[in-house]
Design a protein around this ligand. Structure first.
Ligand SMILES: C[S@@+](CC[C@H](N)C(=O)[O-])C[C@H]1O[C@@H](n2cnc3c(N)ncnc32)[C@H](O)[C@@H]1O
Length: 649
């Protein structure tokens, strides 16, 4: 039974499982499952094989009776297989290593036979786990649907061993190992397989928030919450520290499901009886020992704010890679215009900016004598024409509007809009590319929305350079400037989706994507700025920027799969509009971020800055970006000469 009804949330995180600690022999498994399901757990993490088993010639795998004890749908919907924990593929003991390999393969084969969705692999027993990864990699080559979740403790304290000279004589000393490093080396050895995921063991102590944040960009499928990570509230019930609660909410928001593990440390029936609490004196004979932990997890889930309506609408776009629009080279479709036009926030920002510009342009004394010439360049189906006329009405300024649009299909709709609204005397429609239109007069105000997720990536600079010819020398451009921003991110899902194309071109392409399972590793930085009108002595739209990102020290090392890109536009004076996370315009949904991938993810050791270069290059028929990392290690220059991705002029 799901943890709760959170409107719009259909992610896996609604389901909560429990770990079965003992091997349920024979007919016990159906009973254990039925008791857990009736206690509102959704699935079990259960051992499949007697842990006492060691392979021997002719030995039959001692499974929990046959596959017939559960129905096929019960196996696949309610059981996650737990691979035997004794398995140690990097042991010094050769026999143990060989037995481990045979057993691991046998158990996975059995789990595949049962059509389980996933199996949890035991944590690596040591930091060097190449043989373990090699065997898992073999297995992954042959798996079709099943995922393997490598179990990794969120924080790992290890006694110092003989490798640590200083501690040789002090066996009490421990070091904290960054367990992300284990995961990273394991997945690198397994070539970033998309079927290799993570199950994180959440213990009573947690590393820093920055270090935890890295996991949100990794394929974490489950958080295994140990009962001893829980505290006890004043009434004797299990609860979690504030930091654990925040982490749990983070997991829920990143579609990670919880599995409760361990023995109960809270005897609730006794607490209820002793404290005389009438609400908590149920019959313990029917109460699951882990029930109070599940209730607490459900409480945290239900306490979360409902997903905002827009977020619900966009849920299917999460981490879905889309090619950016090319509104200059292509003609947009009606459906695309319709989506734009739903974003009332965007148009009200424009209306505010236009109103301010009109008031600055024409003083109150001049309103009856001066008519402002305003040109909407790239008018689409007319929403900015409407915003302009509304701004004129609001401010009492007279307006003459030209609506310039190069898409002949949108022009048809523009004509019918003007007729429908009775704006014939106010608006002149020009069916032309703004770069070659011979305007009959000059404009006081030029209004455009030619912005892409990265600001200039839909060629607003090139189009507005063309339109600037018919802007009065003291005329106003709305927007007056826009700036692009980037930040390094971990995004293993996006990386794997691009890798699936098996070519370089897809790694040299920028994508529009609603980022979801990503870790943002450092604050955003500005990349390119364009000002309009362009009065610079060098009118070129080519740009080059070198940036250094410092990852917070307590993050530890991390893997960068690419750069998330955003923009912010100054429409007029203090009216802005954008998607840069720190200043994003609330409730505006016209733009998702852009993602610039890296062909090979870059490992960034702790405290090492990332140096990245971005170029905006212009040719006679196209504009394109090139990008490269030079520190901590060099990447190739991506998209050299626009060979894989470009925007047509
Ligand atoms: C992003 S859409 C915005 C449309 C509309 N202003 C809105 O907000 O819904 C950009 C529009 O500009 C048009 N456009 C792009 N480049 C143009 C050019 N060089 N000349 C005229 N129209 C252009 C496109 O056809 C498209 O209709």
């Amino acid at each position: 039974m799901p943890l709760g009804q959170r409107a719009g949330d259909k992610s896996e995180s609604r389901y909560c499982g429990m770990e079965v600690l003992d091997f349920p022999a024979g007919e016990e498994l159906p009973a254990v499952l039925s008791q857990s399901l009736s206690s509102a757990f959704d699935f079990l993490l259960a051992p499949l094989v007697d842990p006492g088993y060691r392979p021997a010639p002719g030995a039959v795998l001692p499974v929990a009776a046959s596959d017939l004890v559960l129905s096929p749908s019960q196996w696949s919907s309610h059981i996650v297989g737990k691979i035997s924990e004794w398995i140690d593929l990097d042991s010094e003991d050769e026999q143990l290593r060989l037995d481990s390999e045979v057993t691991l393969k046998q158990e996975i084969a059995w789990a595949s036979h049962l059509s389980l969705q996933a199996c949890v692999l035991p944590p690596p027993k040591r930091s060097s786990c190449a043989n373990y990864a090699r065997v898992v990699n073999h297995i992954l080559q042959g798996l079709t649907n099943m995922q393997l979740w490598l179990r990794i403790p969120l924080e790992k304290s290890e006694p110092m061993d003989e490798e640590h000279d200083e501690a040789k004589n002090n066996s009490n000393m421990t070091v904290t190992v960054d367990s992300w490093v284990w995961w990273n080396s394991f997945r690198l050895l397994c070539e970033h397989s998309s079927q290799l995921c993570v199950a994180l063991d959440v213990l009573s102590t947690l590393p820093s928030m920055n270090s935890l944040g890295r996991w949100f960009g990794e394929p974490v499928r489950a958080a295994i919450l140990q009962t001893n990570a829980f505290l006890t509230n004043s009434r004797g019930y299990p609860c979690l520290s504030k930091r654990h609660q925040m982490l749990l909410t983070g997991f829920f928001n990143h579609s990670v499901q919880v599995i409760i593990s361990g023995r109960s440390n809270h005897n609730i029936s006794q607490v209820g009886l002793l404290s005389g609490d009438e609400n908590h004196t149920e019959d313990t004979s029917v109460r699951h020992a882990l029930g109070p932990y599940l209730e607490y997890i459900a409480y945290i889930y239900q306490r979360m704010d409902p997903l905002p309506e827009q977020e619900r609408f966009e849920i299917n776009y999460r981490d879905f890679l889309q090619s950016p629009l090319q509104p200059l080279m292509d003609n947009l479709e009606a459906q695309t215009y319709e989506t734009f036009e739903k974003d009332t926030v965007k148009y009200s920002q424009y209306q505010r900016a236009i109103a301010k510009a009109l008031v600055d342009r024409v003083s109150d004394d001049e309103v009856s004598t001066i008519k402002t010439v305003l040109m909407v360049v790239g008018a689409g189906r007319g929403p900015l024409v409407r915003a302009s006329l509304q701004a004129a009405e609001e401010t009492g300024r007279k307006l003459k509007v030209y609506a310039v649009e190069k898409n002949p299909n949108a022009v048809i709709t523009l004509h019918s809009l003007i007729k429908l609204e009775g704006w014939e005397s106010l608006v002149t429609i020009i069916s032309s590319d703004m770069r070659c239109w011979d305007a009959p007069e000059k404009a006081d105000i030029l209004v455009s929305e030619l912005l892409g997720s990265f600001g200039d990536n839909e060629l607003s600079p090139e189009c507005l350079d063309g339109a600037q010819r018919f802007l009065k020398p003291d005329g106003i451009s709305i927007p007056s400037s826009y700036t692009s921003f980037i930040e390094p991110i971990t995004a293993s899902k996006l990386h794997n989706d691009i890798k699936a194309h098996k070519d370089i071109a897809h790694f040299e392409t920028a994508y529009v994507v609603k980022l979801h399972r990503v870790a943002r590793l450092a604050p955003t930085q500005k990349v390119f700025t364009f000002d309009h009108p362009n009065t610079s002595s060098n009118p070129s739209n080519q740009r080059y920027t070198k940036l250094q990102f410092e990852i917070p020290e307590d993050t530890g090392s991390c893997l960068v799969h690419g750069f998330a890109g955003y923009f912010d536009a100054v429409l007029y004076k203090d009216v802005h509009l954008g998607i840069e996370p720190n200043t994003a315009t609330p409730n505006m949904f016209s733009w998702f971020p852009i993602f610039f991938p890296l062909r090979k993810p870059i490992h960034v050791p702790s405290k090492s800055p990332i140096e990245v270069h971005f170029w905006r290059c212009c040719g006679s028929t196209k504009v394109w970006y090139e990008w490269a990392v030079t520190a901590p290690s060099p990447s190739p220059i991506h998209n050299s000469n626009g060979r894989s991705y470009w925007v047509g002029l």
